[in-house]
Write a protein that binds this ligand. Structure first.
Ligand code: ADP
Ligand code: MG
Length: 273
């Protein structure tokens, strides 16, 4: 009798390999000091379109400074940042460009950011938190901005609290609004700075789920600073491990997290099972 050919289970269990586009973020030789402390000591980072990168490193290693630099919320003492081929906010010597030009280029460059502490506008409703920046910064009309806000709030499961003020939401709900706000202007790149580290433990999962869905389905280029190693392994195409203001090790998530090469990486991921 014919022996049934077993299914090739791998093709069912494993998602198809992800492929990425051209360089979306290109940071070269980034330097930034505060007083005598060199916080970024020559960072090179390239992220391709559609790639999801987890940024790991001990506290104080410069992750937040790097993300702020990529979003031009912080200055630079040397190096350059290109987003989608356009220099954002710095000239070729790393000097900040004049404010007005910077603001316009930030809009053009399309970088969105999600903050550890949510940083919602306390006096605005949830809907207005998402809609107002679309009017103020991106020039959308009132109705268009509201419609876009409602669409984004639905996508993070927050439609039912659209008229609430942030202080009446849980931390997890506030962060989901923070994500909606960052996504509203249709950024090319989304930066997330430890998006769950200010949350009560029971609120972490709902926010990670939103980020996981985005990473899998949106095609958005993402850089996520996180201490959640298991989440990083699950969600990231590539892991970048920083220490002391430099990139110590980077590579596919499983390589860096399960077979770290550098002693500093090894001690950092040692806690991971
Ligand atoms: P991480 O996000 O990896 O914890 P940060 O980028 O927040 O690291 O900080 C790196 C170092 O830079 C820390 O030593 C921090 O104290 C210092 N630092 C960050 N921002 C400032 C600032 N605005 N002024 C002075 N020192 C700062
Ligand atoms: Mg930080």
């Amino acid at each position: 009798a014919d022996v049934p050919v077993p299914d090739d289970r791998r093709t069912h269990a494993d998602p198809p390999p992800r492929s990425f586009g051209e360089a979306m973020v290109e940071a070269r030789g980034l330097r930034r000091s505060y007083g005598d402390t060199e916080v970024l000591a020559g960072i090179d980072l390239m992220v391709r379109e559609g790639e999801v990168v987890a940024l790991l490193g001990p506290s104080g290693s410069g992750k937040s400074t790097l993300l702020r630099t990529l979003n031009h919320l912080d200055g630079l003492d040397g190096g350059s940042v290109l987003v989608n081929g356009t220099a954002i906010g710095y000239d070729w010597q790393g000097r900040e460009l004049p404010e007005r030009r910077t603001a316009r280029q930030r809009v053009t460059a399309g970088v969105g950011m999600v903050f550890q502490s949510f940083d919602l506008f306390e006096h605005l409703t949830v809907r207005e938190n998402v809609a107002a920046p679309l009017r103020w910064v991106h020039g959308l009309g009132r109705d268009e901005a509201s419609a876009r806000a409602d669409e984004l709030l639905a996508s993070v499961g927050m439609s039912h609290r659209a008229d609430a003020l942030p202080r009446h939401l849980s931390g997890g709900q506030q962060q989901r609004v923070g994500i909606a706000r960052a996504l509203a202007p249709r950024p090319r790149v989304l930066l997330l700075d430890e998006p769950t580290s200010a949350l009560d433990p029971e609120k972490v999962a709902e926010v990670l789920q939103v980020i996981r869905d985005l990473a899998r389905t949106s095609g958005l280029t993402m850089v996520i600073a996180t201490h959640q190693l298991r989440f990083a392994r699950e969600v990231a195409d590539r892991v970048v491990f920083m220490a002391g203001g430099v990139v110590v090790e980077e590579g596919p998530a499983d390589d860096v997290l399960l077979r770290p090469q550098h002693a500093l990486t090894r001690s950092f991921v040692g806690a991971m099972d």
